[in-house]
Ligand binder design. Structure first.
Ligand code: PDD
Length: 293
């Protein structure tokens, strides 16, 4: 933080106080939502799965034919520079847009310099109460586009979906497309029946979460049975347990769905096991060196 308490952020090669950064109104991120992003959780200065996040950023950029200005190692070094100003638990937000041309045109101009922006803000991990009692969710039709695997800054569909749950005092909107579970507005969704976890397929209808992948790995290591397969609305509604996962929510039990209890109405045993495996994994993260003055 600076003397004025403005957080330091990264913008096109420079570390600057956040309020000193200005972006062109012609930037295609602003005009078209023509950009991609990542959110990386950092615990006590140690990023969780940074490499995987930057590899997904690369995949998102490949999908929209945007040249990546940095290698994964360069990205990690830039993030470390920023984190030196932000100790403790943080969310790192990274956004790359197509850049700022001289006129508005849907057609992608050649030779544009991408706009690179990175900032940090304190990581809001789930409260003890949310972990112990679970959270409320609603369901809605998935009215988004068919390229949900791209972590695009064009988030209007997700924003409108999330607002539906916010308006009802719920934590997430779980979406169904053609009678099948996809994901939630900013999280992945898992269901549990008779002790077996199921997760929707890794296809273009969901964002393949870094936390999703981590839970799949931890389940395998911890001998929790987990299947990746299409999940119907009926299965979602009859599940013993439903979970959300994301870089900020970690893994969280859903205990009411559309105001009806999920299973027993309490976070279930498979959730508790998975939550413990996740916390154990986090505790093994390398503690980071002291922050420079
Ligand atoms: N959202 N699905 C969607 C639509 C998401 O926006 C997110 C994450 C996830 C989970 O992905 P991960 O485990 O890699 O965080 C799934 C981030 C946190 C956000 O937009 O703030």
């Amino acid at each position: 933080m600076t003397a004025q308490s403005q957080p330091i952020a990264y913008f096109n090669g420079q570390l600057l106080p956040l309020d000193r950064i200005s972006i062109s109104p012609l930037d295609r991120g602003f005009i078209f939502g023509d950009g991609v992003y990542e959110v990386i959780p950092v615990y006590g200065g140690a990023p969780l799965r940074a490499r995987e996040h930057f590899e997904r950023l690369q995949r998102s950029m490949d999908e929209i034919a945007l040249q990546n200005p940095h290698s994964v190692d360069e990205w990690i070094a830039l993030m470390e520079q920023l984190l030196a100003h932000h100790p403790g638990n943080q969310s790192v937000y990274i956004q790359v847009t197509r850049g700022a041309p001289t006129k508005r045109d849907h057609v992608i101009p050649k030779g544009l310099q991408p706009t690179v922006f990175m900032m940090c803000y304190p990581l809001a991990s789930p409260s003890r109460e949310a972990i112990d009692n679970g959270v409320a969710c609603i369901t809605a039709r998935d009215f988004r586009w068919e390229k949900c695997h791209i972590k695009s800054t064009s988030l209007l569909g997700n924003v409108l979906a999330r607002q539906m749950s916010a308006d009802q005092g719920a934590v997430e909107t779980i979406m169904l497309r053609d009678g099948m579970l996809t994901e939630a507005s900013a999280s992945n969704v898992f269901v549990v029946k008779d002790g077996v976890v199921a997760a929707p397929p890794r296809d273009h209808l969901i964002l393949l979460g870094i936390t999703y992948d981590l839970l799949v790995k931890l389940a395998a290591e911890g001998s929790v049975r987990l299947e990746i397969r299409p999940i119907s609305e009926a299965e979602l509604r009859a599940a013993d347990e439903v979970w959300l996962s994301s870089s900020t929510k970690e893994v969280l039990a859903v205990t009411t769905l559309d105001r009806k209890p999920v299973g027993s109405g309490k976070p279930g045993p498979v959730f508790r096991r998975m939550h413990a495996l996740f916390q154990e994994h986090k505790s093994r993260l390398a503690p980071r060196r002291a922050v420079p003055a």
